[in-house]
Design a protein around this ligand. Structure first.
Ligand code: 5GP
Ligand code: ZN
Length: 111
């Protein structure tokens, strides 16, 4: 059931979005409602509902998402100042888009 999934539509280009990065496994775009000066979403091309739905076959995708996040943090200039990587899982965990995505948040002023 992916036809009504917003992120499937973005990934397939059915909703125009600016990708900061893309490869055969995932795409990266800015969050429309940023919670930090830098707020990116790392989204697999494959429709996976949440972390709860991962199988062993998805291990490569999940590893890749983290390495893409690390590379994007560097590209955005927040690697040394620091950043957060976050998965919201299901409603109680704050998930509102039920297509797996990794939040990259950073760019706050250093104290
Ligand atoms: P969740 O709460 O599911 O972990 O996060 C979903 C995120 O997707 C939210 O931070 C929200 O702002 C973002 N978002 C929702 N719709 C869109 C959209 O159409 N475009 C983009 N770029 N981000 C979106
Ligand atoms: Zn989807």
């Amino acid at each position: 059931m992916t036809e009504d999934c917003l992120f499937c539509k973005i990934v397939k280009g059915e909703i125009p979005s600016e990708f900061l990065y893309e490869d055969d496994m995932c795409v990266v775009f800015r969050d429309i409602n940023p919670h930090a000066p830098v707020h990116l979403l790392i989204v697999p091309r494959q429709h996976i509902r949440s972390i709860n739905d991962l199988t062993e076959a998805d291990a490569e995708i999940v590893a890749k998402m983290h390495m893409v996040a690390r590379d994007m943090a560097k590209k955005e200039g927040v690697d040394t100042s620091g950043y957060k990587l976050l998965f919201n899982v299901e409603k109680g965990g704050g998930q509102v888009i039920f297509h797996l995505h990794l939040h990259l948040l950073g760019g706050w002023e250093e104290k």
